[in-house]
Write a protein that binds this ligand. Structure first.
Ligand code: NAD
Ligand code: TDX
Length: 341
């Protein structure tokens, strides 16, 4: 076993998909998942790989400096990929403090451990949201790696904070850092507080489909496996000290996604309910992925029409996974967020 990779936040949506990808593509690697198991982390997601001899799960908070150092001492990782984060914009608007703690302080703890134990790569999984938003009437504009950071929400500003810290550790200490900034992901194991799984689940229960504002905000959707493949390329072949944008030129208005989900599930559009807009709601995200194509040859492989059908089918076939989630704390969250909205 020549390469040890610590994947933080691997019990969440993208981190778990990344673990599946890495175990399938690099059979000789040892993959160590470090996750606090917050409301968004789910051990049942990892049950198919739990018994693999080259996989280990450790329940740990990335802010726990002693625990993180102990794990690094034991595992001597070659590569650390940081997915662990508070990831939901609406929760960050309600209560920013845990976002600052995990997304900035936690990332700093990991980078200190990487310095101390001399890892060969620290990869920070960032987001296109650090660039702020683009106007709806300028379809010619895209985020490039040179677009200034201009975050809008407590979530995106905390992610921007981690990016700045990573670049500072690269310049000051020579820590071998890479950063990727991806657009909105969708696919299996997406927590049902986010747009696509929330709409699928509500459709299946014939519940109202809460669309913020007029539903005209635009997101650039990427199938999660394509994101995982891009990160795999960046950690192996990306240049240190560089940022790579990841996105698939697949812009959709929220309302069009919700209508498509209704159509696919045979549900009436009369379920759509327009609700009070998100505070500071970003209008449009759109990634220019030219750099990762040019340098690493990455292109998305899944067309949206196929990816969304696969995703809907996955939710139909994995009711146990999401029914368990929505029967718990999620109900209180949903009431708080959507009742009387
Ligand atoms: P998620 O909320 O589904 O999962 C986050 C995981 O991190 C959970 O397993 C949770 O238990 C864990 N975690 C949270 N706080 C922790 C802590 N203090 N210590 C250890 N583990 C902790 O998130 P996701 O959608 O999978 O996003 C993963 C990463 O990708 C995040 O950094 C996010 O900013 C970034 N990202 C997400 C998207 C998207 O569309 N979902 C797009 C671009 C970038
Ligand atoms: O009930 C809803 N109704 C609605 O209209 C929800 C949950 C969302 N929306 C809108 C808000 C956004 O315009 O749908 C769009 C997508 O919302 P989210 O799924 O919450 O994603 P977004 O805010 O775009 O952020 C996501 O992409 C970038 C991830 O959650 C972040 O972690 C990632 O960095």
């Amino acid at each position: 076993m020549n390469v040890v990779v610590i994947v933080t936040g691997g019990a969440g949506f993208i981190g778990s998909n990344f673990i599946f990808h890495m175990l399938a593509s690099h059979e000789d690697y040892r993959i160590v998942c470090l996750d606090k198991l917050t409301y968004a982390g789910n051990l049942s997601t990892l049950k198919s790989v739990m018994d693999r001899p080259n996989f280990r799960f450790v329940r740990l908070d990335i802010c726990d400096r002693c625990g993180v150092e102990r794990l690094f001492e034991e595992e001597k990782p070659d590569i650390v990929v940081n997915f662990a984060a508070e990831s939901h914009v609406d929760r960050s608007i309600e209560n920013p403090s845990v976002f600052l703690q995990t997304n900035i302080v936690g990332a700093g703890v990991l980078m200190d451990a990487c310095r101390k134990y001399g890892v060969r790569r620290f990869h920070q999984v960032s987001t296109d949201e650090v660039y702020g938003d683009l106007p709806l009437n300028r379809p010619d504009l895209f985020f490039t790696e040179d677009t200034p950071i201009h975050a809008s929400s407590p979530y995106s500003s905390s992610k921007a904070g981690a990016d700045l810290l990573a670049m500072a550790y690269y310049r000051t200490y020579g820590l071998p850092v890479t950063i990727s900034r991806c657009s909105n992901n969708y696919g299996p194991y997406h927590f049902p507080e986010k747009l696509i799984p929330l709409m699928i689940v509500n459709c299946l229960y014939d519940r109202p489909l809460p669309v913020y504002g007029e539903g005209i905000n635009v997101r650039d959707w990427l199938y999660v496996e394509d994101h995982c493949k891009a990160i795999d390329l960046v950690i192996h072949r990306g240049r240190v000290g560089e940022v790579y944008n990841i996105g698939g030129h697949n812009e959709m208005r929220n309302i069009d996604i919700v209508k498509l989900i209704c159509r696919e599930l045979g549900k009436p559009e009369s379920l759509i309910t327009y609700v009070t807009d998100r505070k500071g709601h970003d209008l449009r995200y759109a990634i220019d992925p030219a750099k990762i194509l040019r340098e690493l040859g990455w292109l998305p492989e899944t067309r949206f029409e196929d990816g969304i059908r696969k995703t809907i089918r996955w939710y139909l076939e994995h009711r146990d996974w999401w029914e368990e989630i929505i029967s718990g704390e999620y109900q209180t969250y949903y009431e708080r967020m959507y009742a009387n909205r």
